[in-house]
Design a binder for this molecule. Structure first.
Ligand code: NAD
Ligand code: UFG
Length: 337
């Protein structure tokens, strides 16, 4: 039996593939390379010591999906494929709903035709929006403040409706907080196109000399040092969280489980910059500028449900995240290019 990773050539997909293969799973990746490069697959092969099948195709295509399910004995799906840039989602809502919601609908229909009823879905902490308090439990109100977040919430609701109508499904909705870092070997990591939107890849690109300075968006938040606070989670911990969710789904619990994947610890922008400087020995020139529209002051998880239900907990520290992010960027100044 094989595990299908849609969007498997992307940042989280590659790391999860490495963890799943090392745990003894057979995987097949499926990606349209809209935000990833085939070069990443070669690196994955170098890590695990053998080729991994990867099919080029689009989750919105019935033909591509049916061909995939016909060709491989797929028993469960981890659904990463999607677009994830918040600003872009506001400017291109139809593209985001088409890809993220339409793609998920097409995938679920193909799974139903193929009688595959186990899915782990990449949701996001962004669906909590501006939460009333921290840490955020799964029961908090869901009020995403952007198109990207609404597309994730829509897919969660589709999956809840599907489960209510067809209880044979085992469904894990994983709400990621802020994934950062890289595989410790430095062969795979985050490789954003254009100017990074996210903090860690921006910091590593400053460190490697690709950008002159970091702009810190806002120094007047009601947080200990005035800068935004987030729950950064090492991508290898996140990948292990997928392994735990998949093992849960493979036991056929026929339940729908919603779990935060975070560390439960908040870290400010300046704390992250200081930790990175310490670990890398590189100064990160930075300047506090105006707040970024749509940002919340602070957001961190209550990760206890994942510990109780999946037996998973994040173990890697902020220093580990910085060290591995830097190791990747230093060895690959231009990413996979
Ligand atoms: P990524 O862009 O690196 O990976 C997504 C992959 O999906 C890419 O390889 C892309 O080419 C592929 N893809 C996109 N649309 C597709 C389509 N229609 N058909 C086939 N493949 C398609 O992003 P990531 O950081 O690895 O994120 C993976 C998932 O996790 C996404 O769904 C994202 O929304 C979600 N997520 C990410 C974060 C984060 O900060 N990285 C946080 C919360 C949730
Ligand atoms: N930040 C800066 N400068 C930058 C980039 C970011 O100061 O150049 C700050 C932000 O203002 C924020 C913090 O760093 O305070 C983290 O910002 P990111 O853009 O790295 O992450 P966000 O929390 O804004 O959002 C990310 C993903 C979303 C995902 C969310 C989940 O971009 O897709 O985490 O919590 F949904």
């Amino acid at each position: 039996m094989m595990i299908l990773l849609t969007g498997g050539a992307g940042y989280i997909g590659l790391h999860t593939a490495a963890v799943l293969v090392e745990a003894g799973h057979e995987v097949v990746l499926f990606d349209n390379f809209s935000n990833s490069k085939p070069a990443g697959l070669k690196r994955l092969e170098a890590i695990i010591g053998r080729a991994v099948p990867c099919v080029e195709g689009d989750v919105r295509s019935r033909q591509d999906l049916d061909g995939l399910f016909d060709q491989y004995p797929i028993g469960a799906v981890v659904h990463f494929a999607g677009l994830k840039a918040v600003g872009e989602s506001q400017a291109q809502p139809l593209r985001y709903y088409d890809n993220n919601v339409g793609g998920s609908l097409a995938l679920l229909a193909a799974m139903q035709r193929a009688e595959v009823r186990r899915i782990v879905f990449s949701s996001s902490a962004t669906i909590y929006g501006n939460a009333d308090s921290n840490p955020i439990p799964e029961t908090a109100a869901l009020r995403p403040a952007n198109v990207y977040g609404r597309s994730k919430l829509m897919v969660e609701e589709i999956l809840r409706d599907l489960h209510a109508a067809a209880p044979g499904w085992s469904i894990a909705l994983l709400r990621y907080f802020n994934p950062v870092g890289a595989h410790p070997g430095g062969l795979i990591g985050e490789d954003p196109n254009d100017i990074p939107n996210n903090l860690m890849p921006f910091v590593t690109q400053v460190a490697v000399g690709r950008r002159p300075e970091l702009q810190v968006f806002g120094g007047d938040y009601p947080t200990p040092d005035g800068t935004g606070v987030r729950d950064y989670i090492h991508v290898m911990d996140l990948a292990e969280g997928h392994r735990a969710a998949l093992d849960w789904a493979l036991r056929d619990p026929r339940e729908l489980l919603t779990a935060n994947l975070g560390t439960g610890r908040g870290c400010s922008v300046l704390e992250l910059v200081r930790a990175f400087e310490q670990v890398s020995g590189k100064a990160i020139p930075h300047r506090i500028v105006a707040r970024r529209a749509g940002d919340v002051a602070a957001c961190w998880s209550d990760p206890s449900l994942a510990r109780e239900r999946l037996g998973w907990t994040a173990t890697r520290s902020l220093d580990d995240m910085c060290r591995d992010a830097w190791n990747w960027q230093r060895n690959n100044p231009q990413g996979f290019a």
